[in-house]
Ligand binder design. Structure first.
Ligand code: MD3
Ligand code: FE
Length: 202
């Protein structure tokens, strides 16, 4: 039991998944996937990333941060697709729009180690996650690294909301099912995370 964890299996139907994939492909044609690296060591992530929206999450040898431009092209991030703004309005229960959509691309064999998301000043805002393509084995624990964890396969069209105490929990992606899954034709998984970054005006 994790308070604030909302699972919406199959929230997006096949046409909605295809339309969203088209919008993401368009964003990626302007802001190509890049390979982030770990602060300090510079060790490369197995996950490739890009962003859309006014801010994007990046990681390199100098640290993790949100910034308004692509680390390689130096161009502003592409616009957030309207379908994502709508999904946030419908599900997030938060009265201000998201500022960042992080686009994570997992090839089979890619993973994301257990971590917490702590780079957002807007701590009380939820995170909304959308999965497309091949299944990913998602693991979520508690607020401490050694807390027990549970695992859930996330499939194409599934949406996860992290609000309340779930927002502070350790989580990661252990593995990717290499079976290709619609709407992608290649093996691998796309994950989109919508986030409010800055403290909204009050
Ligand atoms: C639980 N992404 O980008 S999404 C990340 O599938 C990230 O690419 C994973 O973790 C992925 O930071 C998981 C689901 C998710 C997103 C944010 C969370 C779970 C979370 C924040 C707190 C707790
Ligand atoms: Fe995360």
């Amino acid at each position: 039991m994790t308070e604030g964890l909302g699972l919406y299996p199959g929230y997006l139907d096949a046409p909605a998944q295809s339309a969203l994939l088209s919008a993401i492909r368009h964003a990626l044609s302007n802001a190509p996937l890049y390979r982030p690296s770990m602060p300090g060591s510079g060790k490369e992530f197995s996950v490739r990333m890009s962003n859309c929206g006014p801010l994007g999450w990046v990681s390199d040898r100098t640290g993790y941060r949100y910034q308004d431009h692509h680390p390689d092209t130096k161009q502003a991030w592409p616009e957030m697709p309207p379908a994502l703004l709508k999904l946030w309005q419908d599900l997030a229960g938060y009265p201000h729009p998201p500022e960042a959509c992080l686009i994570n691309w997992y090839e089979p064999g890619a993973r994301m180690g257990l971590h917490r998301d702590q780079d957002e000043a807007a701590r009380e805002a939820p995170v909304v996650s959308i999965s497309l393509g091949g299944r990913g084995l998602f693991r979520i624990g508690g607020p401490k690294r050694r807390d027990p964890t549970r695992s859930v396969w996330l499939s194409s069209g599934d949406v996860v909301i992290l609000a309340g105490s779930a927002r502070q929990c350790y989580h990661g992606i252990d593995r990717i099912d290499p079976t290709p899954a619609s709407p992608l034709v290649v093996p691998g998984r796309l994950n989109l995370t919508l986030r409010r970054v800055t403290q909204p005006p009050r």
